[in-house]
Design a protein around this ligand. Structure first.
Ligand code: GDP
Ligand code: IMO
Ligand code: MG
Length: 430
């Protein structure tokens, strides 16, 4: 038995979907444990591309069980749409291979509306959220006024909770944002469809995880977002509202911390960020544009162009230490070709001092200067590389330095979006 967590080390979009799909081969269960449909995980299999937002990235393997665990916030309409789309494309989905925690909180129409209203009112001070209602849904959870998926199993109760919530939310919409109030009846019309479709999938995912542990099964935990978007440890307030760090596996799924055997840190060979907030290695010149174009750095969820820059090993080192990362999965190395020189920030400079980790104060982080190491570029197309020996020496030097400077070994190198375009160095499941 071994349990393995896949964690984004940067600001999300590191290629977690691809790697989780690949590692599902060795897993019995694949578990989403936090976040919601702010995530966009892309899987490329042959000619088919799948963009998943809530359904775990193990779903293409019909013999494996996918869980949406307690710590996730679920927009039921989005989830149903995603399940139906996948089924229409021939993917087998039933309550046998997809199970959703009754304790997971529901994203309701007023959460989405509130997210959008706040962002547009904030103007230049916005966070740049995905507008999916993630923050307001987690707020209600923390305030203990949220609705959980199990509430859908009793629609009378669900309705009474929606009515109560609307007393407060409508006050905000009408008085603060000058909008029309939402009607409980409209929400309930949708809720009846959600209940009819989702009820068979709603279950106790904690019990399933515990049973899997007793039966020595392998569990793969699929992180969403990335460490610098963590609400506690990231670049607050330019973060999401959940914890993408490894500690969140336990809280969001109910697996005890000492049962996590290995943490794999996903590292894109450069850095990208969507939304606002400091980004020390950002490239606002044609090099950044070149990386964005070759790497097709446009959001899976919102289609927004992603901000791009050189690899920031300070960010990765911070993630390695925060999450206990054993093994790094490097993705999109192929994208770095066609540069005479490639850079990696290995430290920051701030007020004459050198920093090895991301500083905790945002105003400090906004002022740091990256200390770059410069590497020779390469022009070889890497997409058919099958082993480290197939990589140009310049790329190997870059990987070796990254591993050394952040203190974790390289377990996997991805050189293209497809499953086969991967060099696997570690044995991930025992
Ligand atoms: P996630 O949110 O971490 O799952 O990442 P996204 O799916 O949002 O973004 C990663 C993008 O890069 C997707 O379009 C993937 O298909 C693609 N991708 C993943 N690995 C590689 C790789 O090694 N090379 C290239 N060129 N594309 C990759
Ligand atoms: P995956 O799982 C990249 C970013 C948003 C915004 C901030 C807050 O695909 O890596 P939110 O809607 O969560 O309140 O937005 O977080 N963000 C992501 N950026 N990848 C993601 O997920 C993200 N999920 C949220 O762009 O800056
Ligand atoms: Mg993504």
């Amino acid at each position: 038995m071994s349990n393995l967590a896949v964690i984004g080390t940067q600001w999300g979009d590191e290629g977690k979907g691809k790697v989780v799909d690949l590692l599902t081969d060795g897993a019995d269960l694949v578990v989403r444990f936090h976040g919601g449909n702010n995530a966009g995980h892309t899987l490329v299999v042959g000619d088919s591309t799948y963009a998943l937002h809530l359904v775990p990235s193990g779903i293409l393997h019909p013999d494996k069980v996918s869980l949406i665990a307690t710590g996730v916030v679920v927009d039921p309409g989005v989830l149903i749409g995603e399940i139906k789309d996948l089924m229409a494309r021939g993917i087998e989905i039933s309550p046998k291979n997809l199970k959703i925690s009754g304790k997971a909180h529901v994203i309701l129409p007023y959460h989405k509306r509130l997210d959008e209203a706040r962002e547009s009112r904030a103007g230049a001070g916005k966070i740049g959220t995905t507008g999916r209602g993630i923050g307001p849904a987690y707020e209600d959870k923390a305030s203990r006024v949220g609705l959980r998926l199990s509430d859908l199993l009793d629609l009378a109760l669900f309705e009474s909770k929606v009515k109560k919530a609307l007393q407060e939310k409508n006050c905000l919409f009408e008085k603060l944002y000058g909008q029309k109030p939402l009607e409980a009846a409209d929400i309930m019309a949708e809720a009846r469809d959600w209940a009819a479709f989702l009820s068979p999938f709603i279950t106790d995912t904690f019990a399933i995880i515990q049973k899997a542990v007793k039966e020595n099964k392998n569990i793969l935990f699929e992180g969403a977002q990335g460490v610098q978007l963590d609400i506690d440890h990231g670049t607050y307030p330019y973060v999401t509202s959940s914890n993408p760090t490894a500690g969140s596996v336990s809280i969001g799924s109910g697996l005890a911390p000492n049962k996590i055997d290995k943490v794999v840190g996903l590292v894109k060979a450069y850095t990208s960020r969507v939304g606002e907030g400091p980004f020390p290695t950002e490239l606002l010149d044609e090099t950044g544009t070149k990386i964005r174009d070759i790497g097709r750095e446009f959001g899976t969820t919102t289609g927004r162009p992603r901000r791009c820059g050189w690899l920031d090993a300070v960010v990765v080192r911070t993630a390695v230490d925060l999450c206990g990362i054993d093994s790094l999965a490097i993705t999109k190395l192929d994208v770095l070709r066609h540069h005479d020189e490639i850079k990696m920030a290995t430290a920051y400079r701030l007020d004459g001092q050198e920093l090895s980790h991301v500083p905790g104060i945002l105003s400090d982080f906004s002022r740091v200067e990256p200390v770059y190491e410069t590497f020779k570029g390469f022009s070889q197309d890497l997409c058919s590389a099958k082993s480290l020996d197939d990589l140009p020496p310049e790329a190997k030097v870059f990987l070796k330095r990254l591993s050394e400077t952040v203190g974790a070994r390289i377990g996997l190198v991805s050189v293209g979006p497809e499953r086969g375009q991967t060099i696997i160095l570690d044995k991930f499941f025992k």
